[in-house]
Design a protein around this ligand. Structure first.
Ligand SMILES: NC(=O)C1=CN([C@@H]2O[C@H](COP(=O)(O)OP(=O)(O)OC[C@H]3O[C@@H](n4cnc5c(N)ncnc54)[C@H](OP(=O)(O)O)[C@@H]3O)[C@@H](O)[C@H]2O)C=CC1
Ligand SMILES: CC(=O)N[C@@H](CCC(=O)OP(=O)(O)O)C(=O)O
Length: 350
């Protein structure tokens, strides 16, 4: 019998789920024990994803907590908002390790969750239990945790780009503007008019302006670091590409600091954290430079005329923004090296 950790994926037929399959197939300590679907139980996963033919010969199971308890040790939830709120507590109570990549357990206030997500919030006792898995920042809490709430894709890129500055007290907290762009896969595999080829090809648009559900998540994490309430202006844009997030952050500095000092401070903050790469002066990261990998690359420019720092942070939304970060969290939960099974994914170029 294999002594690998047995992983189940609920929502395996979606983009987050199928990316978990791709990455977990390369993980030396994990075997995929179940791929689970609420709508296609009994059919092979490769029916919907022919690229998995002869690579992943799995048949989809239905959602059955007792069965998961028998067949799996850890469950990834890659389901639409609202599903994990009801399901994750049952999995936690069954003694399973749980990693939720939806937004259901990220916000500590049920009222704030309901306002931004328009869903009924999860039981507060379980929201309290869920550890926010931004591991480069809150890694000590992630180590050994049993229940992880994986950060959102935009918050991952944005927070990794901002937190060292806020932590150091160098950011004027009243001045933060975040201008973020995403590829279409961020919206999942479901069909919609906005994501229809002829609507998004040769197009570029802002959406959910001042209404994006990731706004309170960014504010909550920055508030924890700053020790005071922080509000931000956050605008999301849809770009005609499949994968990638590029978050451009504008912030005024407190005090006088040079660009070199900023870069050195970020390098120290992320020292030893393999997946965050700080660019040298004048070197801007692009989404293609992290495509298919778990890296977050960050570049800077300080405008001495305005006293404003521009930070550009890029990730692959499906990897570092979802499945890759979830596996990084699993590694820390299990006491493994955080790069296990992930470092082999060099960005795909061109
Ligand atoms: N795509 C991305 O870049 C990112 C996504 N996320 C989050 O991850 C989650 C999944 O996103 P994504 O994979 O893109 O979405 P998809 O729409 O591609 O997939 C979601 C899957 O959930 C399953 N599902 C739908 N309804 C239910 C239900 N009632 N109960 C159980 N399962 C259900 C569906 O599979 P089936 O019908 O087979 O059950 C579907 O394939 C979302 O919460 C999303 O916000 C987070 C970060 C980044
Ligand atoms: C293109 C697109 O629509 N992207 C989604 C990204 C949200 C997402 O992926 O979900 P989480 O909230 O779980 O991170 C959006 O902007 O709502």
């Amino acid at each position: 019998m294999s002594n690998k950790l047995r992983a189940a994926i609920i929502g395996a037929t979606g983009y987050g789920g199928v990316e978990l399959i791709r990455l977990l197939l390369a993980h030396p300590n994990v075997e995929i024990s179940q791929v689970i679907s609420s709508s296609s139980a009994g059919t092979p996963i490769a029916d919907g994803y022919p690229h998995l033919n002869e690579i992943m010969v799995g048949t989809l199971d239905g959602i059955d907590v007792e069965q998961m308890k028998q067949k799996s040790d850890v469950v990834f939830l890659a389901t639409p908002h609202g599903v994990a709120a009801a399901l994750a507590p049952k999995l936690v109570d069954a003694g399973l390790k749980v990693i939720d990549i939806s937004g259901d357990f990220r916000l500590k206030s049920g009222e704030v969750y309901e306002k931004w997500y328009k869903h009924k919030p999860a039981d507060p006792a379980y929201v309290e239990k869920a550890v926010y898995g931004l591991s480069e920042v809150f890694g000590e809490e992630v180590r050994g945790a049993e229940f992880i709430s994986n950060p959102g894709c935009f918050p991952t890129a944005t927070l990794l780009g901002l937190i060292p500055l806020v932590n150091k007290g160098w950011a004027d907290l009243s001045s933060i503007i975040i201008d973020a762009k995403t590829g279409v896969s961020g919206a999942g595999r479901g069909l919609s008019l906005t994501h229809h080829y002829s609507e998004i090809n040769e197009n570029f648009l802002a959406y959910k302006v001042n209404k994006h559900q990731h706004t309170p998540e960014i504010e909550q994490a920055l508030g924890r670091i700053a020790g005071e309430d922080v509000v931000v202006t956050f605008t999301t844009h849809l770009a005609p590409m499949t994968r990638g997030i590029l978050s451009t952050i504008y912030v005024k500095l407190n005090g006088t600091h040079t660009e070199d000092e900023v870069i050195e401070m970020y390098r120290q903050y992320y020292e030893g954290r393999r997946f965050v790469r700080i660019r040298a002066q004048g070197k801007w990261p692009a989404t293609k430079e992290v495509w298919g990998s778990n890296y977050c690359d960050i570049g800077f420019s300080l405008d001495e005329r305005t006293g404003r720092l521009t930070i550009v942070s890029v990730i692959d939304n499906v990897v570092k923004g979802a499945a890759g970060q979830a596996i990084q969290n699993l590694n820390l939960m299990m006491g493994w090296e955080e790069t296990t099974g992930l470092a082999i994914f060099t960005p795909v170029y061109p």
